[in-house]
Design a protein around this ligand. Structure first.
Ligand code: IPT
Length: 993
């Protein structure tokens, strides 16, 4: 049978799969073939080009890379990236793919170097080629392979001659039968995107190395056993010496060595160099001793329960796609460690192997996922799904065993995952058996095994916190079959995806985290996902922006769903990542209702002696006292702390007084290098000790102007009581507002059912609110009282509002506004915000400086607020904005009791807030948002660079906003963060500076 790109067949002409040591770990010779190759793109796999064609006059293309991104971000000579999430962009008709199937012909020539060893074998190794390819040497096709994120090796030995030049030809198709099993939520990007090497395999070499390195926590003894085999020439075991120089241990392969060791964990990633050698090859591996087990439904590492505070990571570089460099992999790992992430699911394919070396070294628990997703069969009821088709068994087993064979020596991997969103069927148990046979030491994960028939952990995605709580207690609804139910009920539970981080969010992370902590059965989970895959693209004017689905002219795509990470595409941490760091903090410091702080050591293995607990007592920008707490907590323990006695007794002043406690790293740790520098924050929390003194009553009188209008300090009104200018700036608008530029979460229905929040808000006309003045009067005590009603079109619901303006006699240029907002009529179950919108003319709004007292420094929302701490902060309006890849509501600062704006012309405006109540609840300060553009412009912009300042400063002075939730994929805003239409009262003071 001729194998074609539409064949459902395992790779042909390739070397049996084997382990992959870290680069440089083997003494055997190797040579990279990375660099500039010759390249030509054809519309169809029948390119008509002879494999012997050298392509000397073809284009040059850098390997590794994707051909679509060859000249990104400016030119796209080889077709453009396309984005689909679930659906196939071609008819579901396996194994067929469209005739329009761009195919790259790659050519390079090489010579074996003069010092290339005699004898042995020489293999050509591809780390990753997307999606199907054929390899030819000197005109002859030798191998056909696929498995885009898996290695392929071809034995070239018999065709190579010392000194001679060889022509390597690789034909790569964009689509193949394998596209059906590689339907991951990402850009379709093709080509040789990982490195290509020539590797010498000496006779009797260590082609394959299996490492078993367990740790017995009861004795402190590690068991090391190394098995080695030749694979390339004549498969079979090979004997080798095994030494652990650091411990003076010597042994041989096959032997179980019992060694007193320090164990490996993500918290303390202790590794030992293990040197394995035959007479012809030495391989040095960094080995971690650790045991993964499940006991009584609890997932244990080295005998202790752990929690996975994880993320899902796709490989992504905004210019290079999935062709990620070692530097970028390290950046990812360090960013994770710095944000207290301790686990990675390699969604949804095996990552570049170097990433796993880094996870071993820096300490991250890994769920290594097979390269398998067939999600596009779901809408058709999974009919024809390869996972349930015997014709695909060998291909699927080949994939998953290639994964295990490549990666099994990594200490960081704590579970294997069969794939993602690939349905169920007859091939699952076969894959499971194959994995267990290769590696019985690690549990198997697969969320798509819905009743967990075959796997070892109960896994779900996007289950809401209520359901997770039931699962934690082991009282989830039963499965139909009692035996299966009993088996699943005894399993640990993991959320392989949760807290969808699309745009502004995720909200509710802390709610999940608290539940994970409460129940031993809950292993934790993996936030979806690590980074926005926004590809850098230049627009017609040369401005660079982050492109998402549709931005490359695709007609069939999933738009902004590719931008759902904790990092912006350029790896700027989003507020969601800062929230993650605060929630995942290993030393959590939380406020208790009784006015104390609860300090919890959430490490599984270490005490807190590496951390110093530093406190400060501060008011506004003033530091009043500092100190440290003498406290060391054992793993898993907690204690209550209170401010030390003898602190100065403080009278209420302008700003609140906070007692802030930070747990910081004391000294650098040898193993963990750069990311853990002294002073690095391991957790923080605070207590509000003294509330600010209220604003004294204003007691001035408004004056009537010659034109019949009014004046109150820095505020000038027209005859109807409309604010015309404030602090010398024309007022474009002042009214009640209850709308926001919808977030990605607002735009989608919670749990995929019913109308989205933004739709409900639109239905109530919140996006088109307008205000009518109903009356103006000067009250007996000299205030200007303005009655107004704010409502949208086509609805009887509205806000009746009283504005009460009064000059402040004791402050020369100040005015107080007491605003009362009373909802009337029927409202949707939530509103986006409740407060005032104020738009001032300000030509250089973006350059306006702002210093505020409140929570900061970053934005926070009712259900994403752990990273924000009370204090005094400063920004410019430009920096105040979060440039979400898809523009939307952002930037709210909560708990703001005062903010001073300094305009580019040297003048300024101070805003103080007091007496803020929503319904019966009173709160400290307001929520402040500042923008150099309107919410309307924010909503309409498709990309941040399209937003241009409009000559106004737009302020939101809100009592509150609705939370952000995670409805883009999963649950919406929980009751504890919903905002309902309710009476609002606020006292605001505007002072001209
Ligand atoms: C879930 C997928 O597993 C993940 O790859 C990603 O696509 C995510 O959705 C959305 O961003 S599947 C979803 C339909 C529950």
């Amino acid at each position: 049978m001729t194998i074609t790109y539409e064949s459902v067949a395992t790779p042909d002409g390739v070397v049996a799969p084997r382990f992959r040591p870290p680069t440089g770990a083997s003494s055997a010779s190797a040579m990279t073939l990375d660099g500039e190759w010759r390249f030509r793109l054809f519309p169809h796999p029948d390119t008509g080009v002879d494999r012997g064609e050298r392509g000397d006059d073809w284009d040059r293309l850098v390997v590794p890379g994707h051909w679509q991104l060859a000249q990104a971000p400016h030119a796209w000579p080889y077709g453009m990236p396309e984005y689909n999430n679930v659906l196939y962009p071609f008819p579901v008709d396996p194994p067929h793919v469209p005739d329009d199937n761009p195919t790259g012909e790659y050519r390079t020539t090489f010579r074996l170097p003069a010092d290339w060893p005699e004898g042995g074998r020489t293999v050509l190794r591809f780390e990753g080629v997307d999606s199907w390819f054929q390899v030819a040497l000197d005109g002859e096709v030798l191998a056909t392979s696929h498995g885009s994120r898996l290695p392929t090796e071809v034995d070239l030995t018999d065709r190579l001659h010392a000194g001679g030049e060889h022509l390597l030809a690789v034909r790569v198709t964009k689509w193949s039968a394998m596209s059906y099993v590689e339907d991951q939520d990402q850009w379709w990007l093709s080509g040789i995107f990982r490195s290509v090497t020539l590797e010498h395999r000496p006779d009797g070499a260590l082609d394959d190395v299996r490492v078993h390195a367990d740790y017995d926590h009861t004795t402190g003894v590690g068991t090391l056993r190394v098995d080695t085999a030749t694979v390339v020439a004549t498969p079979g075991p090979v004997a080798a010496r095994v030494t652990v120089p650091e411990l003076g241990i010597e042994g041989v392969t096959g032997e179980e060595l019992q060694i007193a060791v320090e164990p490996w964990s993500a918290e303390q990633p202790r590794l030992y160099d293990v040197v394995i050698s035959t007479d012809t090859e030495t391989v040095t591996l960094a080995v971690g001793f650790r045991t993964v087990s499940i006991e009584g439904g609890v997932f244990l590492v080295n005998g202790r329960p752990i929690k996975l505070r994880g993320i899902n990571r796709h490989e992504f570089d905004p210019l290079r796609g999935r062709a990620v460099t070692p530097e970028l992999m390290l950046e990812d790992v360090l960013l994770m460690k710095r944000h207290h992430i301790n686990a990675v699911r390699t969604s949804h394919y095996p990552p570049h192997p170097h990433f796993l070396d880094l996870c071993d070294r820096y300490g991250l628990y890994v769920v290594d996922e097979n390269d398998l997703e067939t999600h596009g069969f779901q809408p058709g009821g999974w009919v024809g799904n390869p996972v349930d088709d015997p014709a695909w068994t060998e291909v699927l087993v080949d994939r998953v065993t290639r994964t295990v064979r490549r990666d099994a020596h990594h200490a960081s991997i704590v579970m294997w995952s069969l794939g993602n969103e690939a349905g169920g069927g007859c091939n699952l148990p076969v894959m499971v058996d194959a994995v267990r046979e290769l590696d019985p030491s690690r549990p198997i994960h697969y969320e798509g095994d819905f009743s967990s028939d075959h796997v070892d952990v109960y896994s779900r995605m996007y289950a809401d916190s209520e359901e997770v709580e039931l699962i934690g207690q082991g009282i989830e609804p039963p499965l139909e079959r009692p035996d299966v139910d009993a088996r699943r009920r005894a399993m640990p539970f993991v959320l392989c995806e949760y807290a969808h981080a699309m745009g502004n969010g995720p909200g509710g992370l802390a709610d999940y985290d608290a539940i994970f902590d409460r129940y031993p059965r809950l292993l934790g989970g993996f936030i979806w996902e690590w980074i926005d895959h926004g590809l850098t693209r230049a627009d017609a004017d040369g401005n660079l922006f982050s492109a998402y689905g549709g931005d490359f002219g695709e007609r069939f795509h999933d738009g902004t769903f590719i931008a759902d990470g904790l990092l912006l595409p350029d790896r700027t941490p989003s507020p969601g990542l800062r929230e993650t760091a605060a929630v995942f903090a290993p030393i959590r410091i939380d406020t208790r209702p009784d006015g104390a702080l609860l300090v919890r050591n959430r490490y599984s293995f270490r005490d807190t002696s590496h951390a110093e607990l530093r406190w400060t007592l501060h008011r506004g920008e003033e530091e009043l006292a500092t100190g440290t707490l003498d406290l060391v907590l054992d793993a898993g323990t907690e204690t209550v702390v209170r401010p030390p006695s003898g602190l100065p007794l403080l009278e209420p002043g302008e700003a609140p007084v906070w007692w802030t406690v930070r747990a910081v790293q004391q000294k650098a740790e040898a193993l963990e290098e750069a990311w853990l520098e002294p002073g690095f924050e391991l957790g923080a929390g605070q207590l509000l000790l003294v509330e600010p003194a209220g604003l004294p009553a204003p007691a001035g009188r408004v004056t009537t102007e010659a034109d019949g209008g009014f004046r109150a300090g820095p505020a000038v009104f027209d005859v109807r009581g409309g604010l015309r200018s404030l602090a010398g700036r024309a007022v474009h608008d002042l009214r009640v507002d209850a709308w926001r530029a919808p977030t990605d979460n607002d735009r989608r229905p919670a749990r995929w059912r019913g109308p989205a929040d933004a739709e409900k808000w639109r239905g109530a006309g919140l996006h088109l609110l307008a205000e009518r003045k109903d009356g103006v009067a000067v009250t007996a005590d000299g205030a200007l009282a303005v009655e107004a009603r704010t409502a949208g079109p086509a609805t009887r619901a509205g806000f009746a509002t009283t504005y009460r303006w009064q000059p402040v006699t004791y402050a020369p240029d100040a005015v107080d506004l007491l605003v009362d907002i009373r909802p009337e009529g029927r409202w949707p179950e939530s509103v986006a915000r409740l407060g005032l919108l104020l738009a001032l003319d300000e030509p250089q709004a973006a350059e306006t400086g702002v210093r505020w007292t409140g929570l900061g420094p970053d934005e926070s929302y009712a259900d994403s607020r752990y990273a924000a701490l009370g204090g005094a902060w400063r920004h410019t309006v430009a920096d105040w904005q979060t440039r979400y890849t898809h523009p939307q509501e952002n930037g709210a600062r909560r708990g703001v009791t005062s903010a001073a704006l300094s305009f580019a012309d040297g003048s300024g405006l101070r805003i103080d807030a007091d007496d803020v109540t929503i319904g019966a609840r009173s709160q400290l300060g307001i929520e402040l948002s500042l923008r150099p553009w309107s919410d309307d412009a924010l909503e309409r912009a498709a990309h941040p660079h399209e937003l241009v300042p409009d000559g106004r400063l737009w302020l939101h002075l809100d009592a509150a906003q609705h939370g952000v939730g995670s409805a883009a994929c999963g649950p919406g805003v929980l009751p504890n963060a919903q905002l309902h239409a309710a009476p609002v009262r606020m006292r605001l003071r505007f002072t001209s500076l």
